[in-house]
Design a binder for this molecule. Structure first.
Ligand code: NAD
Length: 325
């Protein structure tokens, strides 16, 4: 398959490397010149449980230098950069191009809809982890899955084609019509853990140091998933609470991406997570007190962090620093 990945950070590079290794024609698009230069000169250094190797068959360029429309365009920027990134590659999004988002958060379909028609958008969720270690060097350890569907809910051949292509690359993908439940459950998980860690500076396991940490996380999960339930989405709050408790018990020393972002003076994905949950709740006349309080606090912490780390006008150099979810 001819695949273009826009936003070739931790996840985009990892997915791109694996897809290129099994014979797909993959082009990465990014605005991080150091990363582009490193991959052009030595290939992508990709470290997974299957080994430490260099993928030399990847093309990489800046958006303005990309020419060939792909069959599949995968958007893998942080959510706050989706609009600008798609604007930068809109010349590639012709009538035959499908666009896939596996980004975290809500609102991704709406943003893509400004550039592609509804029947060409695929939406999904992934549990694969990845970190960027240095320009041209990413690693991903452990296992994950991808679940995806057509954003308009229709069964389309492209869904199984993409799913088979990702699975052939080892990414364990399935076509799944219940993706919205998984997306909301991941939003609830991140709305709880990422924000409390970003505001307090605690690692995930440290949220278990007092009963209040776990209780607050649980409250956010219940609030966010109550919105999904009101929308008729069949989420499972009990399972999500167990996952949150499991993360607090097991993720020793883990700093969620939102904490890493504020510590590095970068903007976070808060608007696509708590921001979108609170906005959706508002449109349904619901209130989410804990989720909204954490939204306000993260906005404050983020504003201070960005002010204390003056970045280049675009902010993109800093956005390219190592991060993980
Ligand atoms: P990242 O910050 O490592 O990568 C994002 C890349 O986008 C960067 O290389 C940046 O330079 C690039 N970018 C920014 N603006 C751009 C533009 N205008 N045009 C082209 N490229 C641009 O982020 P990530 O960790 O790979 O996460 C990507 C998405 O996947 C996020 O929504 C995240 O929440 C989600 N996610 C991440 C993980 C993880 O473990 N890292 C896991 C699951 C989901």
């Amino acid at each position: 398959m001819r695949i273009t990945i826009v936003g070739a950070g931790a996840m985009g590079s990892m997915f791109g490397g694996l897809l290129a290794e099994c014979g797909n024609a993959v082009t990465l698009i990014d605005i991080n010149d150091a990363h582009i230069g490193a991959i052009r000169s030595d290939g992508l250094r990709l470290v997974t449980d299957n080994g430490d190797r260099r993928v030399k068959t990847l093309k990489i360029c800046r958006p303005e230098d990309a020419r060939e429309p792909p069959e599949l365009l995968v958007i893998f920027t942080k959510t706050l950069h989706t609009g600008a990134a798609l604007q930068g590659v809109k010349h590639l999004i012709g009538p035959d191009v499908h666009v896939l988002s596996l980004q975290n958060g809500l609102g991704n379909v709406e943003k893509i809809s400004e550039f592609a028609s509804a029947e060409r958008i695929l939406i999904g969720v992934t549990t694969w982890p990845a970190d960027m270690v240095a320009p041209g060097h990413v690693h991903s350890h452990g296992k994950g899955v991808v679940r995806l569907m057509a954003a308009d809910g229709n069964a389309r051949p492209i869904v199984s084609m993409v799913s088979e292509t990702l699975s052939a690359a080892g990414l364990q993908c399935s076509a799944d019509a219940t993706v919205w439940a998984a997306i909301w459950e991941k939003v609830a998980f991140n709305a709880a853990l990422n924000t409390i860690c970003a505001v307090t500076g605690c690692t995930v396991d440290q949220l278990g140091s007092t009963p209040e940490g776990s209780r607050l996380a649980e409250q956010v999960v219940v609030e966010v998933l109550s919105v999904a339930q009101r929308l008729g989405i069949d989420v499972n709050p009990a399972k999500c609470k167990v996952n949150v408790a499991g993360a607090i018990a097991q993720h020793k020393g883990h700093k969620p991406s939102m904490l890493q972002d504020v510590q590095a003076g970068r903007r976070t994905e808060i608007e696509a997570i708590n921001g979108a949950a609170v906005a959706t709740a508002g449109s349904l006349n619901m209130t989410l007190p804990a989720t909204e309080a954490l939204l306000s606090l993260v906005r404050l912490v983020e504003a201070r962090a960005v002010a204390c780390h003056p970045s280049p006008a675009s902010g993109t150099d800093q956005d390219a620093l190592p991060s993980s979810v």
